[in-house]
Design a protein around this ligand. Structure first.
Ligand code: AMO
Length: 420
């Protein structure tokens, strides 16, 4: 490894001769003096020299003496530097990476993602996402969950038949997994409490600001619940842990993009679906994006909360594995969590008796054949259980205020985009 200090550590080395390494973020050649700003994974550092400078995005190693300088990023700069060029670019970036705001449209940014994402403001959401995932894992590890890794090539659709990508698996039909739903449930029979962080695939025919064809799903599933409310309590801890982790691990990225971190109430307010309908004057069996926004505004007004649970969705609108509400025929023990006007999480209690699965599939006109592997778990005794899935890109978009979730993932896949 090249022996180097990071730009954020310069202050600790005042007076010493040190080496930094990174990309030429910016160069300013004045008449008698030149400034070289180097970007590394921790931030920016400046070197001052009388010599000519390599061009922007050159990869350099700079050895110099750390000297206090109020105008330099971080308050220190390298003087009397020796500059070694490790790699020279052979093309100019699609836009200036050194300007505070990336001066490019979203399509230009996405078309040139490998370079464009180097812009500090475009990189920041990725750091925030990573901190969120770390908080997800940390919280669930602390609650006795085990991380699992399940197949992404599967033999049957989990969420619905409509938006599944088919593929040819050695001559047999197969699908890209829409969710780890079946496997995470089966693994409750093995490990009781499990979670997974992984890609899921939806052949979304809609070109919206909140749908991708591949996204990162943060899934959890746990056994021995009384009903969906126990799952909601775990989800509250997860969301609080993710928020705290962003605060702790990605403070400078959050500050750079003006991300505002939510207060997670000790108990997140919840409304039943029928109440949500009444509040938004709607009688459709599902909530539209406009209604989700109105409900979020209501929760903020009435409860001072940026989060709102909507519980008891109609059974007709939930997948077959959903547990009905024993007290309210037609309604489920399924919930969504809304965050700042957007559905962030879906979850609920699941059926756990084998006979109930057979009946639920029959009621939807389906046999058990396509689900034999999954149904094994229920033939052999499964506790009452439930879980949830949180869409990582939506979480990051809501934290950073990004209008489009494509701004919060490095290489989004959608209706039109398969590259880079
Ligand atoms: P659902 O299909 O509602 O539930 O997905 C869960 C969460 O994933 C996010 N999400 C998406 N994000 C980006 N692009 C998409 N196309 C997309 N679709 C969904 C949302 C959503 O709330 N198996 C159930 C979860 C469970 O019950 O445990 C499921 O997948 O944030």
């Amino acid at each position: 490894m090249i022996s180097r200090v990071m730009s954020a550590e310069l202050a600790e080395h005042a007076g010493q001769r040190v080496t930094i390494a990174g990309w030429v973020h910016r160069r300013r050649q004045l008449k008698s003096v030149s400034f070289l700003v180097v970007r590394d994974r921790t931030g920016l550092a400046q070197a001052v020299t009388a010599h000519d400078l390599p061009g922007e995005e050159s990869v350099v190693q700079v050895t110099g003496t750390v000297t206090a300088s109020p105008q330099a990023p971080g308050g220190y700069e390298l003087v009397a530097p020796e500059i070694e060029v490790l790699a020279e670019p052979c093309a100019a970036p699609p836009f200036d990476l050194f300007r505070p705001e990336p001066g490019a449209t979203l399509p230009t940014i996405l078309d040139h993602a490998p370079v464009a994402l180097r812009h500090p403001r475009l990189r920041a959401p990725l750091e925030i996402a990573a901190a969120g995932v770390a908080g997800f894992r940390e919280t669930l590890d602390g609650l006795g969950f085990t991380e699992i890794h399940t197949p992404k090539i599967v033999g049957s659709a989990t969420e619905s038949g409509a938006n599944v990508f088919g593929l040819d698996y050695f001559g047999r039909p197969a699908y890209l997994a829409q969710s780890p739903q079946f496997y995470k449930q089966a693994m409750v029979g093995v490990l009781e409490r499990v979670y997974e962080v992984g890609p899921v695939f939806r052949a979304e025919p809609h070109d919206t600001a909140r749908h991708l064809a591949q996204y990162t799903s943060l899934d959890a599933e746990l056994g021995f619940v009384r009903d969906h409310r126990d799952v909601m309590a775990v989800l509250r801890e997860v969301v609080a842990g993710m928020t705290e982790s962003v605060r702790r691990r990605a403070a400078s990225a959050a500050a750079l993009v003006g991300a505002t971190l939510p207060e997670v109430p000790a108990e997140i307010p919840a409304v039943h679906f029928t109440e949500a309908q009444r509040l938004t004057s709607c009688d459709e069996p599902d909530l539209s994006p406009v209604q989700e926004r109105r409900l979020s505004e209501w929760a903020l007004r009435e409860h001072g909360s940026e989060f709102l649970f909507v519980t008891g969705y109609p059974m007709a609108k939930r997948p077959f594995y959903t547990h009905p509400d024993p007290a309210r025929p037609g309604y489920s023990n399924g919930f969504d969590l809304l965050f700042r006007g957007l559905e962030l999480v879906t979850g609920g209690q699941r059926l756990h008796a084998y006979a109930d699965y057979v009946a639920a599939l029959a009621a939807r006109g389906e046999g058990t054949q396509a689900y034999e592997g999954y149904l094994q778990a229920f033939k052999h005794g499964m506790p009452p259980h439930g879980g949830f899935a949180l869409g990582l890109e939506r979480w990051t978009a809501r934290l950073t205020g990004a209008a489009n979730i494509r701004q919060t993932t490095a290489f989004p896949r959608d209706l039109h985009r398969l590259s880079p």
